[in-house]
Design a binder for this molecule. Structure first.
Ligand code: SF4
Ligand code: SF4
Length: 219
C-alpha cells in the first residue's frame, strides 16, 4: 500500500503547515503528520491511510506517495530495496520477485476544504507579493532622489534622471529572486502577475520620487 512521505528539502513550514491541518486521519491526540524538531513535516507511516490529500494540499510539492510492503516496514527500506533491484539485477532474482515500483498518487477531485485552503494560501501570497512590490517601489523612489544628483533650485529637475530609471528596473527585476528566497512559487506566476508587480513598483516609485522632489523644491 501507499503512504505519504516528505521531501524535507522542499518542506517550508515557515509559511505553512497545511498538511498537518488537513490530514483527515490525524487526531489531536494522535497526529499522522506533525512538525518535527527540524521544523519539517514528518509522517507517522503506521497511521497514514494513503488517501493522498496531503500531496494535493502541499503548496511546495514536498509530499509524495510511496509504496510500502506493510505498514510496519519503513518506507525507506522498501525504496532502498527497489533501487538495489533496479541498479544491480541479480541472475537469481526472478522478475516476479522484484520489489514493486512506486505507484503514482491517486487522483482525486479537489474538495471544497482543499479549495478553500488553496484560495487562502494564494490570497496570502498575493498580499505578500503586493507588499514587496510597493516597499521596493518606495525604496527605489528614495534611492532615485539621492542618486539622480542635486536638484536645480530654479527648475526643480535633477541632472541624472537615468539613475532613477535604472533603480526602478532593479527594483522590478529583483522581485523574482526575493520571491524564490522566501519560497513563493514563481512557476505559477503568469505575464499578468509580473505586469502587476511591475506596475505597483512603478506607481510607488513614481510617487515617492516626486514627493521627495516637490518637498525639496518647496523647502
Ligand atoms: S504542506 Fe508541504 S510545505 Fe507545508 S508543512 Fe506540509 S509538507 Fe511542508
Ligand atoms: S496520505 Fe492521507 S492519511 Fe496519509 S498523511 Fe497524507 S493526508 Fe494524512
Amino acid at each position: 500500500m501507499q503512504v505519504a512521505y516528505i521531501r524535507k528539502e522542499k518542506c517550508n513550514t515557515t509559511m505553512c503547515n497545511r498538511c498537518v491541518k488537513f490530514c483527515p486521519a490525524s487526531r489531536k491526540d494522535m497526529p499522522v503528520i506533525f512538525i518535527g524538531r527540524n521544523k519539517k513535516a514528518t509522517v507517522v507511516e503506521e497511521l497514514c491511510n494513503g488517501c493522498g490529500k496531503c500531496v494535493r494540499i502541499c503548496p511546495e510539492k514536498a509530499i509524495e506517495m510511496k509504496f510500502v510492503k506493510d505498514k510496519s516496514a519503513p518506507a525507506e527500506t522498501v525504496e532502498a530495496e527497489t533501487e538495489t533491484n533496479q541498479t544491480a539485477p541479480s541472475k537469481q532474482t526472478a522478475p516476479s520477485q522484484a520489489a514493486p515500483a512506486p505507484t503514482p498518487a491517486p487522483k482525486h477531485k479537489e474538495t471544497p476544504e482543499e479549495k478553500k485552503a488553496r484560495k487562502k494560501s494564494e490570497h496570502v501570497n498575493r498580499v505578500i507579493r503586493t507588499a514587496i512590490a510597493c516597499i521596493l517601489g518606495m525604496l527605489a523612489g528614495l534611492a532615485s532622489f539621492y542618486l539622480a544628483g542635486t536638484m536645480d533650485p530654479v527648475t526643480g529637475t535633477q541632472p541624472m534622471p537615468v539613475m532613477g530609471l535604472l533603480t526602478l528596473v532593479l527594483a522590478i527585476v529583483i522581485q523574482k529572486t526575493i520571491f524564490m528566497v522566501i519560497r513563493i512559487d514563481v512557476s505559477k506566476l503568469g505575464k499578468k502577475d509580473w505586469f502587476y508587480q511591475g506596475f505597483m513598483t512603478f506607481v510607488t516609485w513614481f510617487l515617492s520620487w516626486t514627493m521627495m522632489l516637490s518637498t525639496s523644491f518647496s523647502a
